[in-house]
Design a protein around this ligand. Structure first.
Ligand code: HXC
Length: 510
């Protein structure tokens, strides 16, 4: 018996070495942890249970029959984060460059299926060279199996992808279908085709970093939701993110103990909005002053910065915050902001997370770049997302709520449950100057008259009371009471039960 046990231990030790100590050293030399080290950081100590450690590929082409490594380039299994189950797969770059064989894909599909069945998130750590070139179509089939599970699990359990090295070709589309993607700065890159292919096809010369580095995707393409300095910081942040998320669509968000007084007044908010309507202020400050302990996990921080999205808590329970950011492009809704916020709103709605929206929006961004880029369809995504969302929706208009953007930003008309405005709110079709230039065009040559008309328009519309008189705003609240009022509103919405009409699925303007 002792021999048998020792043999198992030996087999395990061999498997844990992956591609061998030389390749592990090379991995460390690049500033990267190995697949197993990453899992150790991500999960609670001692909680990881590995599956399929002895799985090997079944290929025999190109000398592969003699080249088998237990585990076949991906470490899979489950463990816990703060005691809650998560399923993981972590690509092992030291084994065939983490490339995907049919057997490797089967391991990933096994954890994906278990996660969906048992109602727990899946976290994938990517560091790989794409399809296992020696396997041909079997590898492509393996990718498709993973994609299929991604789609079936979408909206059932949270799916998170973390790019921690190369991620190219077939490897990019599974992350793209998950809820969130994060990258490690400098050591990871993500693209459909690499710089060599790009050069051949388009004659462009571009580096890995400039084509698909963390900076490109976090701030320019918007493909990823955030980038962190190194492996440890990234994995620690993933632990933090998981604390905000429910295990599945069958659960409410987790409830955490909080020491923050739900009735806490915040007098500084009474002076947050500047006297001049064109002077920006930092909407992040409002979120941080309202959320429990100022804790806010921002999603898409460097992309579409004119809108803020992310998770916080109220009375210990997760809330998705969406807020126009006057510090960037005056908080206007453009293509990037609309796409970013729409996807976030839909995530919250899938997973029973109430949405709190702070509004200061001058409208949609004008211009040919936006129109040619399809602003109509992209803006409609956000409109659609808010309208279809059945989770509790609380809205606070702090300043401008102009035009179509007023409707879009979780207005009463899109089934906003509780809609508040600060006394500084201006709810109108557009700003006074623009409005007067249109309706009093005949007086355009008379600056004195125009100024009078502008003042008249401001007095009439640059306030929340017209909307409040129609019941479109439930109450005009003191800024310092914002936290208290949102907390109370959310309490009343705990039992909310709204269902959309029965249908196969909707047809959001993609
Ligand atoms: C098999 C691979 C591999 C692959 C890397 N390796 N990629 N083995 N299939 N796709 C192996 C290498 O042979 C090497 O083995 C080890 O992994 C490390 O690779 P290096 O090239 O030495 O590492 P590095 O210099 O860091 O370069 C990393 C890399 C490069 C940029 C990812 O390996 C690379 O370009 N690989 C190929 C990428 C690619 O074209 N993949 C196919 C995409 S097409 P040894 O034994 O020397 O350690 C695709 C289509 C799927 O994915 C579509 C589905 C929808």
């Amino acid at each position: 018996m002792k021999d048998i046990v020792e043999a198992l231990e030996k087999k395990r030790a061999e498997a844990r070495l992956g591609g061998g100590s030389r390749r592990i050293e090379a991995q460390h030399a690049k500033g990267k942890l190995t697949a197993r080290e990453r899992i150790q950081v991500l999960l609670d100590e001692g909680s990881f249970e590995e599956w399929d450690m002895f799985v090997e590929h079944r290929s025999s082409e190109f000398g592969m029959a003699e080249n088998r490594i237990p585990g076949d380039g991906v470490v899979t299994g489950w463990g816990t984060i703060n005691g809650r189950v998560v399923y993981v797969f972590s690509k092992d770059f030291t084994v065939f460059g983490g490339s995907l064989s049919r057997a490797h894909a089967e391991k990933i599909v096994k954890v994906q299926k278990a996660a969906a069945r048992n109602g727990a998130p899946v976290i994938g750590l990517f560091d790989a060279g794409g399809a296992r070139i020696q396997e041909g179509v079997d590898s492509l089939a393996g990718y498709a199996d993973i994609f299929m599970e991604n789609v079936l699990a979408s909206g059932v359990v949270p799916q998170i992808s973390v790019i921690m090295g190369p991620c190219a070709g077939g490897d990019v589309y599974s992350p793209a279908m998950t809820d969130f993607i994060f990258m490690v700065k400098d050591t990871s890159y993500m693209y459909v085709t690499g710089p060599d292919v790009v050069k051949t096809v388009t004659n462009e010369i571009v580096s890995h970093e400039d084509l698909g580095g963390a900076k490109v995707h976090a701030s320019r393409s918007g493909v990823v939701d955030g980038a962190f300095e190194n492996d440890i910081e990234t994995l620690t942040q993933m632990r933090r993110l998981i604390t905000f998320l429910p295990q599945s669509n069958r659960e409410k968000p987790p409830q955490l103990a909080t020491f923050d007084d739900p009735e806490r007044a915040e007098p500084s908010l009474d002076t947050l909005v500047p006297a001049n309507p064109n002077t920006p202020y930092d909407m992040l400050e409002l979120i941080q002053k309202v959320a429990d302990e100022g804790d806010f996990f921002e999603i898409g921080k460097d992309f579409g910065r004119n809108i803020l999205t992310g998770f916080g808590r109220m009375e210990g329970s997760t809330v998705g915050f969406v807020a126009n950011q006057p510090m960037s492009l005056a908080g206007v809704l453009d293509i990037d902001a609309s796409r970013k916020a729409a996807r976030f709103v839909r995530f919250c709605d899938c997973f029973n997370i109430p949405i709190c929206t702070f509004v200061d929006v001058p409208g949609f961004m004008p211009g040919t770049r936006q129109e040619y880029g399809g602003l109509i369809k992209h803006g409609a995504k956000l409109l659609f997302a808010y309208a279809e969302a059945t989770v509790p929706k609380v809205t606070v208009i702090t300043r401008k709520a102009y035009g179509g953007a007023y409707d879009v930003m979780s207005s009463k008309h899109l089934r906003g449950d509780v809609n508040f405005a600060w006394p500084t709110a201006e709810i109108a079709v557009m700003g006074a100057k623009g409005a007067v230039e249109i309706i009093f065009r005949a007086e355009a040559g008379d600056p004195v008259k125009l100024a009078e008309r502008t003042k008249e328009y401001e007095d009439r519309f640059a306030n929340p009371y017209v909307a409040a008189s129609r019941g479109y705003i439930d109450d005009v609240i003191m800024p310092h009471n914002t936290r208290k009022r949102i907390v109370r509103a959310l309490r009343t919405l705990k039992g909310k039960n709204v269902r959309n009409p029965e249908k196969k699925h909707d047809n959001i303007p993609l």
